[in-house]
Design a protein around this ligand. Structure first.
Ligand SMILES: C[S@@+](CC[C@H](N)C(=O)[O-])C[C@H]1O[C@@H](n2cnc3c(N)ncnc32)[C@H](O)[C@@H]1O
Length: 281
């Protein structure tokens, strides 16, 4: 019998939103005055955090009123950013109910209830064909073995001519990854494939590549700078800035962060940003 917990238990824990809000309060921000931008230090579940999300979303050319879908929206950080930044009509879908709950609570906290959060599987989305102008995903396909199924589903709900963007961790050439990592405790839940295979799967589903970029060096520099800044704070006895990492990644967050750094430095993983356009009928 397979008694492995499913992907959602990896991401689930109680009271996520309240614990993240408490982190912001401890840094001196009053609960009633927390803004969408304040949440960025605790609600971005991907490498290079808010900076990566902003640059990635900007490259999708989202217009006011566009219907946008965030696949694997987690706590809704990028979805709220997209709604605020471009005045778009954003829906987020995620497999993990605890994260959907957290996302809805954070939406309500900052007055963004119009960002609609739906619990569901990226491989069988509860949306009709040709529903969205733009679809994107950040750090999700690492949990999904069936890449062809994922991109098939994306192309089904994306309007012809619409854009799809991904910002994901992919397999490097350096060998098996050190576990655990932020997206998986068990290797059975980590489904990394090389970036050319990701692109081939997307292309085969009808998504034409507009841009494809290895962002590993950017992420490495970011992590090196973070480490140096932390060391300086320790030396000066300064407090740590607010971070959602311990709440989001749980007890082993330090080990998971170390493994990300090591896997990247040893070429076991890479970080890919790609933008595609769905062929017109
Ligand atoms: C690392 S988190 C990224 C969350 C968010 N995209 C962000 O960057 O802040 C990965 C997310 O993918 C979701 N996920 C994994 N497999 C999924 C699936 N088959 N369908 C929908 N969501 C999925 C998880 O529940 C989790 O919220």
């Amino acid at each position: 019998m397979n008694d492995l917990p499913d992907v959602t238990s990896h991401y689930s824990s109680d009271g996520l939103a309240d614990r993240l809000i408490a982190i912001l309060e401890a840094s001196g921000i009053d609960r009633d005055s927390i803004t969408e931008a304040d949440l960025h230090s605790v609600d971005q579940m991907h490498l290079r955090g808010r900076t990566a999300a902003r640059e990635f979303l900007d490259s999708l050319d989202i217009r006011a009123g566009d219907k946008v879908l965030d696949v694997g929206c987690g706590l809704g950080g990028p979805a709220r950013m997209a709604a605020t930044r471009y005045d778009a009509d954003v829906t987020g879908i995620d497999l993990t109910e605890a994260l959907c709950d957290g996302a809805r609570q954070l939406n309500a906290l900052v007055g963004l209830d119009r960002v609609h959060i739906e619990q569901g599987d990226a491989l069988a989305m509860p949306f009709t064909d040709n529903s969205f102008d733009v679809i994107y995903t950040l750090h999700v396909s690492m949990n999904i073995a069936d890449k062809a199924g994922l991109y098939r589903e994306v192309t089904r709900v994306l309007k012809p001519g619409g854009r799809f963007g991904l910002y994901d961790v992919v397999a490097g050439s350096g060998g098996p990854i050190h576990m655990p990592v932020p997206w998986a405790t068990h290797s059975e839940h980590s489904h990394l494939i090389p970036s050319d295979a990701v692109e081939a799967a997307a292309n085969a589903a009808g998504l034409a590549t507009e841009r494809s970029e290895d962002q590993s060096a950017l992420v490495e520099t970011y992590l090196d700078n973070q480490r140096a800044a932390r060391q300086l704070r320790v030396e000066k006895g300064e407090p740590e800035p607010p971070t959602g990492a311990p709440v989001i990644m749980g007890e082993s967050f330090v080990q998971k962060q170390k493994h990300i750094y090591r896997n990247l430095k040893e070429g076991r993983i890479a970080v890919r940003l790609a933008i595609f356009k769905l062929k017109e009928d």
